[in-house]
Design a protein around this ligand. Structure first.
Ligand code: RUQ
Ligand code: CUA
Length: 681
């Protein structure tokens, strides 16, 4: 394996510069952006000559520069004007998805996924089955750690139909339907207890790929840590997606057994690299930790080698091997073993420097860009060269017998960008954008090869860096991980906000910063700081708003959002009733419309099992009702046309006023009723 051009000496410098401190605690780094730098007070408003007198007055009063005004004009949305793009951001350990409009950076809504959320009525009577389906060994998990939202694709491009979001904490995958922005399914990965939480759709959304993370025995069985090399494993799971049903088809899904190298994100190829997937790994050292035993901590043990392995997977060959039955079942789930991967030529590695993170496919599907967190370069792999190296068997073998392609044979270019490069996005002008965690900056650089015609002067070179505040993780460009980027904006998803906002206690918001990448040269202009105080977005994808076709009310009255069809059980207007099924079971059929529920009196006996159906018979846009039942942890959001069903046991006699939780009309306060639980005696 070749390592000559990697500057090992740099590691010490970088560690001193504060990567580890920035990750775990201590002072953040920021060579280009200093926290707390006060901006000079302006005494004039030079450059504001053409503005109306009022505007100039505001500039003076608020101490705004002409640049500030331009930034404000680029993001301001007059009342009623809609944003051009929607960003779907994960929310980290808040377990949700956050939807944000661009360029305004306004939060439009959150989508409850893994964590119950009462405004959406998710997990308080409705959605409970979906959450319960993601149970781990029978235990229902009521939170998740969402990292990488993945939009569905057609020919590699976002089609605006589905959104997938994985749970890093419990190795689960969720499906959101973008007609009603609701979670429809959560599946638990049967072979992994946790993983990196990535979700990338193949070009036509045949599969959603979820990569592993920390090595552990498959199906989380017990094995001593001394057996790490033999019993601990990584994985890449291919969830089959059934567009017709709008569900992951677990029966037709499969996984690849991988060495315990701590994989993370798996991207997919398109165009020339269609049928292939690319992931990376960070612990080919197979370091097992043990700081309490006097061993180096993971953070240094895992960073010993100069390179880890880019994982190159021929997923069509994997699919064929799966269809041909060449798998073994682990915890009931089909797994292609390392032996099968070798025999069927499914898996290859290529060295990647140094503590790599993320791999991103260029718009042409021709290059794969990898950043090494401890290497100032990005490394660009050529898919054509990868194919040549495979054909020429230009490889050595890793300890598990997997071919490791020769580094020099597959690398197209290395571009020096700065400290702590992480993730890369692309635009339509032949530029790439890489986040620099340690530099707290976004680097703009040029692609070469077929992209050279767009930037003939300087292929494969750094054009400029823009400081961000502070310590950027991911970055997102509209359609910036597809064959057709629409690079007007870039959002820097910064991990630290430090001094950017008014203090709100020791838990600070993240800072999402909007940059203008269309109207600027080397220095991209910062347009807007958005405090994100409801979760920690990791990755985000940004889609043109006109590609989404969400419903503004459910298509018909009595609509069951889980089946996306009218439910035969939905209560109808005029047919509201309370039916005693047997001595211990009562069924309630209720409707809701401004400004009453019907029935308003619901009486059961103590100890009854209650099955409650409610339909909103509203057709008006935004006429949403809520339904709560105190003491029973019930809270539904009933949107126009929607039907919902919930069950509980009325285990304590009493009088329970229920009410509508959404301020729906002038007589909203009167939209209530009584739930009487009569004592049996
Ligand atoms: S990883 S900050 Cu979960 Cu997306 Cu890179
Ligand atoms: Cu219905 Cu308030």
């Amino acid at each position: 394996m070749r390592t000559a051009c990697i500057r090992t000496a740099l590691l010490g410098t970088i560690l001193q510069a504060g990567l580890l401190a920035g990750c775990g605690g201590g002072e953040p780094s920021g060579s280009t952006a200093q926290p707390g730098t006060a901006r000079p007070v302006r005494t004039s408003t030079d450059g504001a000559a053409g503005l109306p007198v009022d505007a100039r007055k505001v500039m003076q009063e608020r101490n705004l520069s002409p640049d500030d005004v331009t930034a404000a004009l680029r993001t301001y949305m007059p009342s009623g004007r809609h944003d051009d793009f929607l960003m779907f951001a994960s929310s980290g350990h808040a377990g949700q998805v956050i939807v944000i409009g661009l360029p305004s950076m306004r939060i439009l809504r959150t989508i409850a996924v893994y964590t119950p959320e009462s405004w959406q009525g998710w997990g308080f009577g409705a959605g409970n089955d979906v959450i319960a389906a993601g149970a781990v060994d029978g235990k229902v998990m009521t939170w998740g750690d969402t990292h990488h939202p993945g939009l569905s694709r057609t020919k590699g491009e976002y089609d605006g139909q589905w959104l997938f979001i994985a749970d890093k904490a419990h190795a689960r995958m969720a499906v959101i339907d973008l007609r009603d922005f609701e979670t429809k399914q959560i599946v638990k990965n049967p072979i992994a207890i946790s993983d990196h939480g990535g979700a990338f759709a193949t070009p036509d959304t045949d599969y959603i790929i979820q990569g592993g993370q920390y090595g552990h025995p498959l199906a989380w069985e017990y094995a001593d840590i001394e057996e790490y090399d033999t019993r601990y494993r990584g994985h890449a799971t291919f969830w089959k997606f059934d567009r017709q049903r709008g569900r992951i088809d677990v029966e037709n899904s499969f996984a690849l057994e991988l060495p315990p190298y701590w994989q993370d994100l798996f991207q997919v190829g398109w165009g020339p690299s269609d049928g292939w997937s690319f992931g990376n790994s960070i612990n080919t050292e197979r370091y097992t930790g043990g700081i309490e035993k006097g061993r180096p901590p993971f953070e240094s043990g895992v960073s010993q080698s100069d390179t880890d392995y880019l994982h190159i997977i021929n997923w069509r060959a994997a699919e064929k091997a799966f269809r041909d039955g060449k798998f073994t079942r682990v915890n009931g789930f089909p797994v292609l073993t390392l032996d099968t991967l070798k025999k069927e030529n499914i898996l290859y590695f290529a060295p990647e420097p140094k503590s790599p993170h993320g791999v991103d496919v260029a718009p042409g599907g021709d290059f794969m860009v990898v950043s090494g967190k401890l290497d100032p370069h990005v490394t660009v792999y050529s898919f054509a060269k990868i194919q040549q190296a495979i054909a020429a068997k230009n490889w050595s073998l890793d300890p598990y017998g997997i071919p490791v392609l020769d580094f020099d044979a597959v690398v197209e270019a290395r571009v020096e960008l700065g400290l702590g490069p992480l993730h890369t996005q692309f635009d339509q002008q032949g530029y790439a954008y890489t986040s620099l965690f340690l530099d707290s900056a976004v680097a703009r650089w040029t692609l070469g090869g077929p992209y050279e015609k767009l930037n003939p002067d300087r292929p494969w070179s750094l054009i400029g860096k823009t400081p961000v505040h502070y310590n950027i993780g991911h970055l997102a460009v509209p359609h910036g991980d597809t064959p057709k980027p629409e690079g007007r904006y870039l959002v820097a998803l910064n991990k630290w906000s430090i001094d950017r906002f008014a203090p709100v206690g020791p838990l600070l918001p993240q800072n999402l910063q909007l940059l203008d990448i269309a109207n600027t040269g080397a220095n991209m202009k910062l347009l807007y700081d958005m405090p994100m105080g409801i979760g920690e977005p990791h990755y985000a994808q940004i889609i043109r708003a006109d590609l989404l076709k969400p419903w503004n009310a459910y298509p018909e009255i009595g609509w069951d959002p889980h089946t996306q069809a009218v439910s035969p059980h939905a209560p109808k207007q005029g047919d509201e009733k309370i039916v005693r099924r047997d001595e211990r079971t009562v069924e309630v059929f209720m409707t809701a419309i401004r400004s009453h529920f019907k029935p308003e009196h619901v009486e059961v006996l103590e100890g009854d099992r209650v099955i409650w159906h409610v339909t909103s018979v509203e057709r008006a846009l935004d006429a949403v009702h809520g339904f709560m039942l105190p003491g029973f942890n019930i809270m539904l959001s009933i949107e126009p046309g929607e039907y919902q069903r919930f069950e509980f046991t009325a285990d304590k006699a009493g009088v329970y006023p229920f009410y509508c939780t959404e301020f729906c009309s002038a007589l909203h306060l009167e939209m209530m009723g009584y739930f009487f639980v009569r004592p049996r005696s």
